[in-house]
Ligand binder design. Sequence first.
Ligand code: DHB
Ligand code: MG
Length: 233
Amino acid sequence: MEHFSADYGAVDQYLLDLFVSEGEALRQARLSSAQTRMPHAEIAPNQGAFLALLVEMMGAKRILEFGTLAGYSTIWLARAAGTEGRVTTLELHEEVTALAKENIAAAGLSERVRHITGPAQQSAQALIDSGEPPFDFVFVDADKPKNRSYLELSLQLCRPGSVIVLDNVVRGGAVIQPSGDGSAARGVQESLAFAAAHPGIHATALQTVGLKGWDGFALLRVTDPWAKMSGQE
Ligand code: DHB
Ligand code: MG
């Protein structure tokens, strides 16, 4: 095989030029995330297109998102879900929800998106407690130290056949060398270990390179959300 320099960003740009035409609303949402406390944490455009394809392929109509940020991924998900689709998106900060609402309105998608602001664990628990019907598709892209908890809560909001995607599972390789308890990489590691060990989840994870550097995502298919982990009552 010929050897080429590893210019991941340039190759991503080539793929984006081929496959992804964002349009103004998505472009504006992506750029505006620079105003949040997590600048550039939004997914790459071709990752957005990938999530959209997953949603379309499974015909997902009820979507849950952990981590709205500026609403960039929310717009991809809401578009892919179609006119009958609904995205419930969880975000910690009021001002970030406000920004996302503007971006989602500019995309003409406000009617498809429900925003819940506050700590996502509490928001998800409130959905569970209120008997929320199951979601078809869950995208977990929020505070990494809480990743395992987000995944466990997601399961309680899933049905057999639901799909869960976890973003940022490689983190430049940090996932295999977490810096300590409570670190982002440790949180990711805990969520991957949970997914791998859960008898009601079929999962894999892939590394990615590109505009976002070296990272990856995990793809989970829920076969039995109520299956007990071994050692559990
Ligand atoms: C971080 C979080 C993200 O969701 C992301 O896509 C990139 C980085 C972070 O916590 O630094
Ligand atoms: Mg992310």
